[in-house]
Write a protein that binds this ligand. Sequence first.
Ligand SMILES: C[S@@+](CC[C@H](N)C(=O)[O-])C[C@H]1O[C@@H](n2cnc3c(N)ncnc32)[C@H](O)[C@@H]1O
Length: 295
Amino acid sequence: MNTVYHIPAMLKETIEGLNIKSEGIYVDVTFGGGGHSRAILEAGAGHLYSFDQDADALSNAIDDERWTFVHSNFRYLRNWMDYYGVKEIDGLLADLGVSFHHFDCPERGFSFRFSAPLDMRMNQTAKRTATDIVNGYSEEELAKILYLYGELKNGRQIAHNICLSRSKNPILRTEDLVAASRIPAERSKELARLFQALRIEVNDELSALREMLVAARDLLKPGGRIAILTYHSLEDRLVKNFLRSGNLEGTIEKDFYGNNLSPFELIEKGREASEEEVARNPRSRSAKLRVAEKK
Ligand SMILES: C[S@@+](CC[C@H](N)C(=O)[O-])C[C@H]1O[C@@H](n2cnc3c(N)ncnc32)[C@H](O)[C@@H]1O
């Protein structure tokens, strides 16, 4: 296993964006290696609830009485806040997707760089793995996922190749999927997109994000901030439209005078990591930071 669990992206910019109030109640819905969570506590938060659906993240637990770990999918944000008697929050951070730990842990099956069972579950107790999807979905369903979540223009062809291959032998390991897709090894960006698409489906990432955004909007106090780091265009579009409009449809409602009725004021509109950060941490290259304040 790798020693670095995760290097947080745009740490300083994210903490500044959250504008931490001392004694305020904060939620980090994607704890991971805990880099962002630690910084939120160091900035003076009164209490921080950190979610992660992967029990491995608990190896980074923070010894601080102001900190509570919630081992759960963040789609249940509202239920957990009810459970803890929290009616309103001062800020929320979501640093979406997987951690370095997921990519660098061969046995988790997130990376085409390693030979491993085709798993890709962030929550290791979830029932459905990437193997189930690759072998169980129809060609049409697979094509849709590859096109939508991987933005693979040749998604139909790849889905066809996969189905042809699985009709002879089941696809059980990462290398089986690479071979079945017939994407040549040198087209590593395409392979990364194939794996990304499956990972998003296995973990139902977009539905969880939608549910969490709505709960976060309702829980935030006026003046409270929401900061989101996205890593691919589909989730970024969803977040961008939500923060602009305050709803999942992205419909901007206006009053009689033409004033935007969105509950949010935009603070950061898709900031990217500096060149210096990308040089130090190449995985921050695709990160986009969006921050909004509840009116
Ligand atoms: C990019 S990492 C976060 C890294 C973290 N900001 C840090 O400083 O180390 C994303 C983390 O969120 C978790 N995660 C992703 N989607 C989740 C969800 N729907 N519910 C709960 N945890 C989730 C993953 O397991 C992973 O550990």
